[in-house]
Write a protein that binds this ligand. Sequence first.
Ligand SMILES: Cc1ncc(COP(=O)(O)O)c(C=O)c1O
Length: 528
Amino acid sequence: MNAPNQSGWKPTTPAAGEGKFGGPATTTGNKALMLEEPLIFEIADNQTTGVDLPEVDTSATTRLGGMARDADIGLPGLAEPEAIRHYTRLSRQNYGIDLGFFPLGSCTMKHNPRLNEKVARMPGFADVHPLQPVDTVRGALGVINELAHWLIKLTGMHGVAMSPKAGAHGELCGILCIRAALEARGDAREVVLVPESAHGTNPATAAFAGYRVEGIPANADGRVDLEALKARLGPDVAAVMITNPNTCGLFEPDMRAISDAVHAAGGFVYCDGANFNAIVGRVRPGDLGVDAMHINLHKTFSTPHGGGGPGSGPVVLSEALSPFGPLPYTARTKDGVVHLVEEEGADAFAKEHFGGPLSHFGRMTAFHGQMGMFTRALTYMLSHGADGLKQVAEDAVLNANYILRSMEDVLYAPYAPSGPCMHEALFGDKDFADGLSTMDLAKGMIDEGYHPMTMYFPLVVHGAMLVEPTETESKATIDQFITAFRSVVERAKAGDQTLATAPHYAPRSRMDETQAARKPLLAYTDPE
Ligand SMILES: Cc1ncc(COP(=O)(O)O)c(C=O)c1O
């Protein structure tokens, strides 16, 4: 049985002889308002222009000499409304959180409250320039300091470097601090331990910083195997990088024991805090012995996903690592006040408050960080308050568990027997009919009008499907998703081969994903 999709229409399996997308054939190849959009070169001709330009006086002399163009360059010509319609139609083929439910696990496709946008666009924030005299940007610095204060408080850490531009950049910052701390005590260690369920950026960061990466296995419950970790610790281990909650969507209950063991062996604990959205307001990583942790502002504090644009990944540091943070750095003073440390005065600050000379390893970026993201994140914090942030975590966990428990009777959920999940629910493809895979299920979800969940990650579960609903979705939205998800799972288990060629209703059907990613054809060639 097919469930209605988000826009209310009921998809049917296309039968032989029907139009391209199922249903009766149309002259355009479009179904209802699903637009088939050609390339701009295909809808245009080079005789039309959107503006009336005066005839070019070709007799005029040009300073370009032999370099002057003497032939048409073949730009597509369209009337202005045609050009606008083309790009507007293309923009509507882009799926986003403002268009529908977006259950992409590990990525936390969080709603971006419009209040954040309003505040970020206030000229006093939006128009500041990093090279303005300090006296003219006191307010902006105040925002950075207040946000730093919140981050330090919520994580129970000693200080925070606000400048890293993304989660992975924050990881690099944290690992460089650890290296600086080890070097300061003349202890050159070579290895960083990373659990096998880790996000790919963790081993990449450690390797980029010059460390040898070794894996730590997961136990049957999807958590770090504590005994295996303890057995590997030794004088060559610089740090352990652990994601908590981990990428199986599970809390690491042995975190304190892990930190104690790593510290006893002379190493540091890096926590990948990308999933802090599941525990904010409830757990302070500082209490678990963490030395460094990045926070993806977009995942916990609702700033927009960068899309390659300006992200922000502040890194909180323990007291042991604070003297090694990059400048500018925000640290607690001896009296517990949050203070922005810049080059000028840094030595004196270090002597007074860290009890030793300045050991900062340098800078991560030229300036203080992403003002637009800081403004949005602080707006989110202030509009929720500490209790509201705690509820954000609780609702995110509740929604994920609702999906887990609504699916576990039809879909393999490897860690469901060991208890609740955190902010994301993990499934595997164990009972699918021969020839059908997680990929086919994901394509079937597109026909239902949903962006698929994260697929084939984490690697510890075969055919993994990681579903993260986030906290803002209503029960009605989640129920509708569950209905569609269950229906596609049942088709995959029953061997419904129409899934193998899904999506049937999308403007583009099944692609060769490897070719599309590795050898995209980005230049238009006129077929004639
Ligand atoms: C667990 C985890 N670690 C690290 C990252 C990297 O963060 P970024 O994409 O901001 O570099 C992500 C990204 O989603 C993540 O999910």
